[in-house]
Design a protein around this ligand. Structure first.
Ligand code: SF4
Length: 213
């Protein structure tokens, strides 16, 4: 606190407003437009972000702002892949030599293998931009990097199309997707919505620690 003013709160509000300006959804009200970012991560998370979003927590706000600041240094190209009435939108950080689609991911720890979510996303970019090869670059805050290459793959495309169609249908029918347990859950702002009920209802009876009489 500085005097009677809560400066931390004021700074956070500024972060929040910058975050809201940065986050660009496809037309949120149009379930026929699904971003590859939505279809490659937890479908339930994507649904909540469209239908009943919680404000961002401070960690994700700062992380998104840092990522977007880095991405603004690059071209940030947008394209889409059409399947019947559905459009899968994709954004690439750059296209090198008119040939290689490049996607950066800022991470706290460099991975030994690429995350399937990031591969699905990059593969969607390859189809949206009609390119054959992509490069996924993980970088940490110290500037260390690790790169993985990807050649476009029809099976991975089918998977993201399948996920995008499910999300699109559930958005139209106002049905919340099932929980997709993954490592993201632990830091997800919707954790309480997905798991709190189960936690409250559980008892230790199965361990013989329930009521005795
Ligand atoms: S807690 Fe897990 S299942 Fe629930 S919305 Fe978040 S990532 Fe999805």
């Amino acid at each position: 606190m500085l005097g009677s003013r809560d400066v931390k709160k004021m700074i956070y509000k500024e972060f929040e407003s910058a975050y809201n300006n940065q986050i660009k959804y496809p037309d949120k009200s149009n379930p026929d437009k699904i971003h590859a970012n939505e279809a490659s991560r937890c479908t339930r998370l994507a649904y909540y972000e469209r239908k009943n979003p919680l404000p961002p927590d401070s960690n994700s706000t700062i992380s998104v702002l840092i990522k977007d600041s880095i991405r603004r240094l690059f071209s940030n190209l947008n394209s889409e892949y059409k399947v019947d009435a559905l459009s899968i939108l994709a954004s690439a950080d750059m296209i090198v030599d008119g040939e290689y689609v490049v996607k950066f991911e800022l991470v706290s720890k460099l991975p030994a293998t690429p995350h399937p979510r990031d591969l699905l996303y990059l593969n969607a970019c390859l189809f949206a931009f009609d390119k054959t090869d992509g490069i996924l670059i993980y970088t940490n805050i110290d500037g260390d990097t690790v790169e993985f290459s990807l050649t476009r793959n029809n099976r991975m495309l089918q998977e993201i199309v399948r996920r995008a169609k499910i999300l699109s249908t559930l958005l139209k029918e106002d049905r919340v997707p099932i929980v997709e347990p993954c490592e993201l859950c632990l830091s997800c702002k919707y954790y309480e919505r997905c798991y709190a009920q189960e936690r409250k209802n559980s008892s230790l009876g199965f361990l013989g620690l329930g009521k005795t009489g």
